[in-house]
Design a binder for this molecule. Structure first.
Ligand SMILES: C[S@@+](CC[C@H](N)C(=O)[O-])C[C@H]1O[C@@H](n2cnc3c(N)ncnc32)[C@H](O)[C@@H]1O
Length: 298
């Protein structure tokens, strides 16, 4: 397997870098992308609804894909890598579920709490600082484990997915959307492109979607379905490139940001055209998968 599909950092270094990245750039993320730190979804032939609506559409499509559009109000959901709580607030508000959001960024915890309060869902949401590869939840706690663009940040995919499976109730649903590699036969320059994205976006590594199917099968989950949504999400990077243009075209603004936030800001701005390139060159793909923990729901 190409070396671009293995972790580039030790886990402590990766976690420290992720924490710095999301703590330090929390405002910039929100300025450029809003509260949803994930791709948008554009259905072919439909008018562009705008970035925010496309991001909400991605959540709706994911729920439909997992067969969860009508999820019971009393369901308990784990939002893994919850960012500033956009999915948690949406699921608690729209479907009435109870949601635990976990992240390793303490700034995100604070912001997610504020968002939940603004949306009036504090009674149904809890945000906790916790490593998703080793949570403190009891076996079989959740009806749904939701991981929207956090799996690519996990250095040990098997350990991460095993933890997701462990905390699911029998009959519960795992739902993952994640950046994927096209396949495991990447040319050297393609692998280099991924390595630059890992560094600039603080991502551990990506895998091809069929590797995830195998991992989830090996963990004993059933009813596995996968889908490639690359075509539907790729416009995210066209829009993001436009969004960063006023910043990158203004050297004094870039220097001001670098002085305030360090080189992370430069890497972050740089990563946007790299992602656009990765989709255009068919190096990066966008995969979703869902599976069920075996056993009868209690
Ligand atoms: C790209 S953001 C996605 C945020 C959110 N799911 C959304 O869609 O808006 C990735 C998130 O994963 C979190 N994360 C990364 N590694 C983690 C870990 N080991 N345990 C828990 N959260 C983690 C980050 O802190 C961040 O909140």
């Amino acid at each position: 397997m190409t070396s671009a599909l293995t972790p580039k950092w030790s886990t402590p270094d990766l976690h420290a870098a992720i924490k710095d990245h999301y703590d330090g750039l929390i405002e910039l993320y929100e300025d450029l992308w809003g509260e949803h730190i994930h791709h948008g979804y554009w259905a072919e032939g439909e008018p562009d609804p705008g970035r925010h609506a496309a991001q909400v559409r991605l959540i709706e499509e994911l729920l439909a894909f997992g067969g969860l559009s009508e999820i019971a109000g009393g369901a308990r959901v784990l939002d893994v890598g919850c960012g500033v709580g956009a999915s948690s607030v949406h699921l608690a508000g729209k479907l009435g579920c109870t949601v635990d959001g976990i992240t390793i960024s303490s700034e995100q915890i604070v912001r997610a709490g504020e968002k939940a309060a603004e949306a009036g869902v504090t009674d149904r949401t809890t945000f906790r600082l916790m490593d998703a590869m080793a949570t403190d939840y009891e076996d079989g706690t959740f009806d749904v484990v939701w991981a929207l663009e956090s799996c690519e940040l996990m250095p040990d995919k098997r350990k991460f997915l095993a933890e997701c499976a462990r905390v699911l109730k029998p009959g519960g649903t795992l739902l993952v959307a994640t950046w994927c590699a096209r396949d495991d036969k990447l040319a050297k320059d393609e692998a280099r492109l991924l390595d630059r994205i890992y560094r600039d976006f603080v991502v551990s590594h990506v895998l091809p979607l069929d590797h995830y199917r195998t991992l989830v099968e090996e963990l004993g989950l059933t009813g596995i379905r996968t889908a490639d949504w690359s075509e539907q999400v790729a416009d995210t990077w066209k829009i993001s490139s436009e969004a960063v243009k006023p910043v990158v075209r203004n050297p004094s603004m870039v220097w001001k940001l670098i002085r305030a936030k360090g080189m992370d800001i430069f890497r972050f701005l740089n990563s946007v055209p790299l992602m656009k390139q990765a989709y255009e060159r068919n190096v990066m793909r966008y995969g979703v998968f869902t599976a069920t923990r075996a056993g009868d729901p209690s």
